[in-house]
Design a protein around this ligand. Structure first.
Ligand code: 5GP
Ligand code: MG
Length: 187
């Protein structure tokens, strides 16, 4: 980063190292969607954890449609990072779903599985509300950072303990529109 820390960062692509490019992501989503379509009922209710997973979810939903599913979708806003680059350690729910999950097959979709607190919270919430089944799908898995005993049923890619951006994922509200997953260079 250049300049003092209170100035907005330049939106300069040369500052970002790509770790998964758009084609690699699309190919992986295709594989994931076929697996999900063979495992889960075609009317599964997909619960998208906002904001970071909105682009992943949009691509996953269309791939699921192509794989013969007719998923329904709802959104929940849960966050643990805020505008920081470290987990706050607590999970905050600021916008709930409107669908009734009782007796339904649910697939919770998130961008990154990190300490596991967010996904565990969402999964427990849906289970406590009477969902018939709760499966989970994340684009990225930072396995080394786990603090809660939770694994996702469907994982796009592993990722090291680095702060990633792009493809819906932000750093202080920026970089969500990048079509790839990358790491902001700090030097
Ligand atoms: P957890 O609750 O598992 O610790 O954190 C999961 C959430 O933290 C993700 O939904 C995501 O919002 C955020 N998160 C984790 N790692 C990163 C990262 O590298 N970059 C960004 N922007 N958010 C992250
Ligand atoms: Mg999130």
């Amino acid at each position: 980063m250049t300049g003092s820390s209170d100035k907005p960062m330049e939106h300069n692509l040369s500052q970002i190292d790509v770790i998964y490019d758009a084609e690699t992501i699309a190919d992986r989503i295709e594989v994931l969607s076929q697996k999900i379509a063979s495992d889960l009922p075609e009317d599964v209710l997909i619960i998208v954890i906002l904001k970071g997973s909105f682009i992943f979810a949009a691509d996953l939903l269309r791939a699921l449609d192509s794989s013969g599913m007719q998923p329904m979708v709802d959104f929940i806003t849960i966050w643990s990072y805020g505008a920081s680059t470290e987990s706050t350690g607590t999970v905050n729910l600021t916008r709930d779903i409107t669908e009734d999950v009782r007796d339904r097959a649910v697939l919770v979709v998130d961008d990154i599985l990190d300490t596991g607190r967010t996904l565990a919270y969402a999964k427990n919430l849906m289970t406590s509300r009477g969902a018939k089944t709760v499966h989970t799908c994340v684009l990225l898995d930072k396995e080394a950072r786990r603090e809660e005993p939770i694994e996702a049923n469907y994982v796009g890619f592993p990722v090291e303990d680095v702060f990633v951006v792009g493809y819906g994922i932000d750093k202080a509200h920026r970089f969500r529109s990048l079509p790839f997953i990358g790491v902001v260079r700090t030097s």
